[in-house]
Design a protein around this ligand. Sequence first.
Ligand SMILES: NC(=O)c1ccc[n+]([C@@H]2O[C@H](COP(=O)([O-])OP(=O)(O)OC[C@H]3O[C@@H](n4cnc5c(N)ncnc54)[C@H](O)[C@@H]3O)[C@@H](O)[C@H]2O)c1
Length: 302
Amino acid sequence: MKIKKSIITGGAGFIGSNLTDFLVKNNHNVIVLDNFISGNKKNLSHHKKENVRVIKTDISKNEELERYFKGADYVFHLAGLAEIIPSIKNPKKYFVNNVLGTLNVLEAAKKAKIKKFIYAASSSCYGAAKKLPTSEKSKIDLKHPYAVTKFMGEELVMKYASIYNMPNISFRFFNVYGPRLNTSGQYSAVMGNFLEQNKKNKPLTVVGDGKQTRDFIHVYDLVNAFLKTIKSRTVNEIFNLGSGKKTSINDIAKIFGGTKKFIPKRPGEPKNSLADISKIKKKINWKPKISIEKGIKNLLNS
Ligand SMILES: NC(=O)c1ccc[n+]([C@@H]2O[C@H](COP(=O)([O-])OP(=O)(O)OC[C@H]3O[C@@H](n4cnc5c(N)ncnc54)[C@H](O)[C@@H]3O)[C@@H](O)[C@H]2O)c1
């Protein structure tokens, strides 16, 4: 089988490193571009150099990225700053990283005439969605700088598709979890926090009353959607990428087990979030396979 060449920005991070593993298994040689601000070299250390080349670079500062893109078939643009509260404290840093960074990656990919460009957008663009499940046509409601910058990145990606005829796809991820989830940060998401607290035998910190619901998608289901998408003829589309199932934080805590500690609500977070995934199911013929119970059990054993 012909070896394909893929670029992954942010490939040392949680999702990017899982994607690297999956692509290598599927006959891709991967070039990872990462500045390791939240990613870790260890996430990729099990790969052979001939399969995965890791380059330390900041995509928001490097305007000569195209030298890495020569001969590339696919670009997966995952690099970005990904936390809400730090984005409220430092919007400029988020703008430079997530918007200018995306522009630099798009320019390099445009010159390389790649076969498909995949962008990691965010379901945060829906804010507090009125209609659940939320479809891609729902109103955009940007509640904080993180959401603004991810959405601006998506707008750039879709404009490059229409102006320069680039074969681009934007995925609006819902809550992604799985191996190598970020657990260390003060602002890491619920699954990461619960995992760390479970390991240390500490109570699980539940925000608000814990009745709020989220759509959790396992990272293996997510990367499988990427692979199906690059194999399909579909281009210039935006897809929700979630499980299509809602789970309350109290239910997640129950699966983890142990005691709970309730902490105050945080700004900019919706009460409920649920993806309508009918578009990707129909156009890409993808559906999630890993149940939340199985996904969390695997996480606890990993
Ligand atoms: N995890 C989720 O639930 C989720 C939900 C919606 C969207 N996303 C998006 O998916 C992408 C990946 O998220 P993740 O959860 O794997 O986060 P992560 O922090 O683990 O990964 C991001 C990676 O990007 C790198 N990076 C950041 N800025 C960079 C820069 N300027 N130059 C080079 N590398 C840079 C980091 O070092 C890290 O390796 C992000 O763009 C995020 O906004 C994630």
